[in-house]
Write a protein that binds this ligand. Structure first.
Ligand code: AMP
Ligand code: GLY
Length: 423
């Protein structure tokens, strides 16, 4: 088979790495890819949101299965366009992608189909929103309805902060049209976990649990990022809790979509908070998580391509459950100076070969490019250093031992990834 992976981050490197191991696969392409992916796949200079450029390429190259990494392409209807042309693609269609692209759609679906989630209200007017904030007080959570690269959520501790969020989203339009409609939610507390499944609407295959670290600094301080590291499994999600999450969150959401006439094929990712009243859904994503994928796929023993192909053809029932490595996996993100704010690029990275040769270590590139024989930084998140270990503690030690071999000017990373799992 000839496979095309769409995207350019650490998640896509992990997907390409796993896909390239499949005995079904002859050749992997990645659009646009990065400096690390280039070692495993042919990188094609087409952007992830260029739906028609990708379609033209897939047709010309007779691609057998396209796997979509980022949400943007899904929300632009890449799956609908490929299917119209008779091409196989793994991911949800444009209507189902609204589960991530519209928080209003997502929250209303949850309310209608009784998926436990924070109480909420939708606003189209900033004055009404601010009046509501005065009524409910703080803490509260202000969310832009549309896609905002993970930056559209403000957990406000003061009235002023909450109202400022409304002003910047609805009036200053810092997220453009994505913030014209907002959701204001009750603030929940508890530990978070990511639950990812693959589904074809009829059957569900559950992936191992994981947890990411969204804040930039140790002890969950500083601004939110795309994710500074992750670990799997998330021991806080016991088998009983996982079953409850599946029954009340995952299945209800999928069945709800089906009742609305919307089929779902692809990965469904529930961001869950384990509150004292049980698990509640914070959000749904319609794609693999990043950096969760980097700790999930190294543990997967089954052939991912078989599963994705089955889901995209609506015959997931033939797959049964997946086989997993019982070891734990930890991923530490090495980021550029200044990230998640502005950052420089083109810093030479050293130590990659030495770190990559350590046992049980895999280094996924998140934002790099290759120039002759050197690898240069080319993004905010640069490298996802990942290791398997017999225990979480062992995986932590191996990951940080590898991180210490790597360097580039201004590199920073969290020192406490997965520590929570040791408690
Ligand atoms: P989301 O993009 O909706 O997952 O939100 C990003 C992050 O904001 C989550 O991972 C939580 O840490 C936090 N968050 C979102 N919604 C809530 C809520 N209702 N209560 C508390 N924290 C929240
Ligand atoms: N790790 C969070 C996300 O993928 O949205």
């Amino acid at each position: 088979m000839r496979i095309l992976v769409v995207g350019s981050g650490g998640r896509e490197h992990a997907l390409v790495w796993k896909i390239a191991q499949s005995k079904l696969v002859d050749k992997v392409f990645c659009a646009p890819g990065n400096g690390g992916i280039a070692g495993l796949a042919e990188c094609i200079d087409i952007k992830a949101d260029d739906v028609f450029g990708l379609l033209g390429f897939a047709r010309k190259e007779r691609i057998d299965l396209t796997v979509v990494g980022p949400e943007v392409a899904l929300s632009l209807g890449i799956v609908d366009e490929f299917e119209k042309s008779g091409l196989k693609i793994f991911g949800p269609n444009i209507k189902a992608a609204n589960l991530e692209a519209s928080k209003v759609f997502s929250k209303e679906l949850m309310a209608k189909y009784k998926v436990p989630t924070a109480e909420f209200k939708v606003f189209n007017s900033p004055e009404e929103a601010k009046k509501y904030i005065d009524e409910i007080g703080v803490p509260c959570v202000v969310k832009a309805s549309g896609l905002a690269s993970g930056k559209g959520v403000v957990v406000a501790g003061t009235i002023e902060e909450a109202k400022n969020a409304v002003t910047s989203m609805m009036q200053a339009k810092i997220f453009g049209e994505a913030g014209v409609q907002i959701v204001i939610e009750e603030c929940l507390s508890g530990e978070e976990a990511s639950i990812l499944v693959i589904t074809d609407s009829k059957d569900v295959v559950t992936l191992v649990t994981s947890q990411d670290h969204k804040r930039v600094f140790d002890n969950d301080e500083g601004p939110n990022t795309g994710g500074m590291g992750a670990y799997s499994p998330a021991p806080i999600v016991t088998p009983d809790i996982l079953e409850e999450i599946k029954q009340k969150i995952i299945y209800r959401a999928i069945d709800g979509l089906v009742q609305e006439g919307i089929g779902y094929r692809g990965v469904l990712y529930a961001g869950v908070m384990l509150t004292k009243d049980g698990p509640k859904a914070l959000e749904f994503n319609v794609r693999f998580g990043d950096p969760e994928t980097e700790v999930i796929l190294p543990r997967l023993k089954s052939d991912l391509v078989e599963v994705m192909l089955a889901a995209s053809e609506g015959r997931l029932s033939k797959i049964g459950s997946l086989e997993w490595d019982s070891r734990a996996c930890v991923c530490v993100v090495c980021a550029s100076a200044g990230y998640p704010g502005n950052y420089p690029k083109d810093k030479e990275i050293t130590g990659l070969d030495q770190a990559g040769r350590m046992p049980d270590v895999v280094i996924f590139h998140a934002g790099t490019r290759q120039m002759e024989n050197t690898i240069l930084t080319n993004g905010g998140r640069v490298l996802d250093v990942t290791a398997l270990g017999a225990t979480i503690k062992d995986a932590i030690n191996k990951t940080y031992a590898a991180v210490e071999k790597i360097n580039f000017e201004g590199m920073h990373y969290r020192k406490d990834i997965a520590k929570k799992a040791l408690k």
